[in-house]
Design a protein around this ligand. Structure first.
Ligand SMILES: *Cc1c(COP(=O)(O)O)cnc(C)c1O
Length: 226
């Protein structure tokens, strides 16, 4: 068995175990393969082993890789997005996890081709109130969501967070719990909201315990990035 095959099997087992431990359905949790810095060859190997959902962080890198990979990959963009790079995202990806600016949303709404489904959008929340992090502040969520929900070529599906690094388990659990509350609030106001993108290699179990439906995994899938 290849190292990659081993890692995929092990991660799927971790996800299943975390779901069983907290009464969640494993089929409701998606393993998103974070393929930033990984080559087309490695991504193709992961595809051949059955993965279909991949996440990229940098537009330039995504532009180089996406055209050479199978058409049925579901691409997610999870990094910061500048307004001069929205067209590629509007035309080439299915999901955007990092929506936090109205100006970007308006551009994406204009640029999303009519031939494609609406862009599936997650609002990024700066859940740890980290000065260096992108994301909207929690208290602005409903105002911002109203602006997104009014745009026909974007579909509001939920929330995403990148909690501050190196927090205690207790602080991290609090952040994940706050995200679950915010998702519930959003669900009260909008139909079709069902997605919570949180949890990475080191904390996917804690995230699933708090309701994550997409876990974003790089290191424990592909190995340490160089
Ligand atoms: C790199 C990255 C990940 C993956 O993190 P790992 O710890 O390598 O699993 C997840 N989410 C975002 C937004 C990232 O930039």
């Amino acid at each position: 068995m290849s190292k990659l095959q081993h890692n995929i099997t092990f991660l799927q087992q971790r996800i299943t175990n975390a779901c069983i431990a907290t009464n969640k359905k494993p089929e409701n949790v998606t393993l998103l393969a974070v393929s930033k810095t990984q080559s087309v060859e490695i991504i193709q190997q992961a595809y051949d082993l059955g993965l279909r959902q991949f996440g990229e962080n940098y537009v330039n890198e995504a532009q180089e890789k996406i055209p050479s990979l199978p058409q049925d990959i579901v691409w997610h963009f999870i990094g910061p997005l500048q307004s001069n790079k929205t067209r590629f995202i509007a035309e080439q990806v299915a999901w955007l996890h990092s929506l936090d600016r109205e100006k970007i949303a308006l551009r994406l709404n204009e640029q999303r081709p009519a031939s494609l489904a609406p862009l599936q959008c997650l609002i990024q929340v700066n859940i740890s109130n980290d000065d260096n992090k992108s994301g909207i502040d929690a208290e602005n969520l409903l105002d911002f969501a109203a602006k997104i929900a009014a745009l026909p070529r974007l579909q509001l599906r939920g929330l995403m967070a990148i909690p501050k690094a190196n927090q205690s388990n207790e602080a991290l659990a609090q952040d994940f719990a706050k995200m679950a509350e915010l998702l519930a609030l959003l669900q009260k106001n909008y139909t079709g909201v069902d997605t919570l993108s949180m949890g990475m290699s080191a904390d996917l179990e804690l995230a699933i315990a708090h309701g994550a439906t997409i876990v974003r995994i790089g290191t424990d899938l592909f190995g340490a990035r160089t």
